[in-house]
Design a protein around this ligand. Structure first.
Ligand code: CTP
Length: 476
């Protein structure tokens, strides 16, 4: 079968050079995997190219790269029989055809040379096992041993072989199945889905980093809830993010119920997606309520409460990020901060908004104040339209007020109007706790609106407090 779209796509320098060398060496080469899949799905962005070589992939990579002469040298991964180079910003990876069996306790394959059929058999899904011939004799010819093209048309994720074998060989594929289903809006074939359910425990041999990679891809789709619902229903989520599954369920005591915080969380995550591509804000949305499971209480007179869940939740982020080998740097701190502050604008918007409360919000959130409000807006999941409009409008008012107050008081990037040096020099004192006391009082007075955020007003406060602290011996 020949496809015009494919013929057009392979009509370039890279594929022509591969053809030349594979003809010369009389070795078959195929482009395979994501490149072919995405072309057939009409995805426009050029993807990285995976080339399957029925023979020595490293040797072929070297020959092709010698001729194309890319900026960086070819990188060889001898243990895996692969080599890659970057050409015009596209990664071209060469892999020798394999017949693999996997180690039971890790996903590192034991690699043996194989035929084209062997190699296609060991791939994850039928839609990823479609090859395109790159030799003169089969230029542009589609090889589709498992009806992957049909599955692409029908929107199906299906393993080429028995799913138990495919998933047990490489358990990461269970997450890949769910991720593809979410990214492409495809269904997972029932047998494959059942395969995930029975092989789920094998996910334990996958490193946190690879799990996070797939979770990130799910989080960055348009509707991540689809992926998380499958992760939950197959039992995988409980193994990789138990903090989320702990939010599932509704308790009832004395006729009083609370909402299902798991499904609420997924709604919040979906809601935030059209408003941000910041992956860390999306993570904050996913984890914003994790503190609710450990803080849940029932009291006869007040019903269900989750006191302090924001602090608890922000503290739980560290363990989650560490387990998943995610960055423990300022990205994590940002997620913690957003979660910790997640209820602040809500409290504000329910009351008459005072300027000082707004100043405190800006001071505490700093450059993240807009993101915080974006999360709060996504957090409105009431199905009562009137209430929905009211809450949204309240946040709109908070946003307007923030702009107004910030314009006047410059709280963002707050710099103390009087430095510690100046306090020491004015009172002729050495470093000591009084300096901190005075600086704190100046900041508090500005945030409370007792003084303006300027030098003269701050100086008056400084002198007054200095006197009270006995720092002025002889009146100046
Ligand atoms: N593959 C596999 N099992 C895996 C990973 C990859 O069988 N655990 C095979 C699939 O045939 C896949 C190809 O290797 O198409 C290339 O893998 P990769 O580049 O990781 O994924 P793509 O399918 O290209 O898609 P994406 O870049 O979106 O992950």
């Amino acid at each position: 079968m020949i496809n015009n779209k494919i013929l057009k796509a392979i009509n370039n320098n890279i594929f022509e050079t591969i053809k030349k060398h594979s003809d010369e060496l009389n070795i078959e080469c195929y482009v395979i995997g994501g490149y072919v899949r995405d072309l057939l799905l009409n995805k426009s962005a050029p993807k990285d190219i995976d080339v399957l070589v029925i023979g020595n992939g490293i040797e072929m990579a070297k020959k092709v790269s010698n001729e194309l002469n890319p900026k960086e040298k070819v990188k060889v991964f001898k243990n895996f029989g692969t080599a890659m180079f970057k050409f015009n910003n596209i990664e071209v990876e060469f892999v020798g055809s394999r017949k693999e069996s996997y180690n039971q306790s890790s996903r590192n394959p034991i690699v043996k040379l194989g035929t084209l059929e062997d190699d296609l058999n060991r791939r994850d899904f039928t839609i990823n096992a479609i090859g395109v011939g790159l030799n003169s004799k089969n230029w542009g010819k589609l090889i589709d041993n498992f009806n992957g093209i049909e599955d692409l048309k029908n929107g199906l994720i299906k393993t080429p072989l028995d799913p138990l074998k495919t998933f047990s060989d490489d358990p990461l594929r269970m997450l890949r199945a769910i991720r593809f289903s979410c990214q492409l809006n495809f269904k997972i074939h029932t047998d494959s889905l059942n395969g995930i359910i029975s092989e789920k425990d094998r996910i334990k041999i996958i490193s946190g980093e690879r799990i996070a990679d797939e979770l990130n891809k799910i989080i960055m789709t348009q509707k991540p809830s689809t992926g998380f619902k499958i992760l939950e229903s197959t039992g995988i989520l409980k193994l990789i993010l138990p903090e989320l599954t702990a939010l599932k369920g509704i308790d009832e005591i004395d006729g009083q119920k609370h909402k299902d915080n798991f499904y609420h969380t997924l709604e919040v995550l979906d809601n935030i997606c059209p408003n941000t591509n910041n992956i860390w804000l999306r993570w904050a949305a996913l984890l914003h309520d994790v503190g609710k499971a450990p803080t849940k209480r029932f009291a006869k007179n007040i019903g269900w409460t989750f006191h302090g869940h924001e602090l608890k939740g922000s503290k739980m982020v560290y363990n989650i990020f560490k387990r998943l080998n995610m960055p423990l740097n300022n990205k994590m701190k940002y997620v913690q901060k957003i979660i910790f502050m997640s209820s602040r604008p809500i409290v504000l918007s329910n009351n008459n908004i005072s300027d000082s409360a707004i100043r405190r919000l800006i001071y505490d959130a700093q450059q993240d104040v807009d993101d915080l409000l974006t999360l709060c807006e996504a957090d409105i999941t009431t199905k009562n339209l009137q209430r929905f409009r009211k809450y949204l409008n309240n946040f709109k008012m908070v946003r307007t007020k923030i702009v107004e107050v910030e314009k006047r008081d410059h709280i963002r990037n707050f710099q103390p109007p009087i430095s510690g040096e100046e306090i020491m020099s004015y009172f002729n004192i050495n470093p000591g706790k009084e300096i901190g006391v005075i600086k704190e009082l100046i900041k508090e007075s500005i945030l409370d609106g007792e003084i303006k955020n300027d030098y003269e007003s701050a100086k008056l406060i400084m002198i007054k407090k200095g006197k009270a602290l006995g720092l002025i011996k002889n009146e100046k």
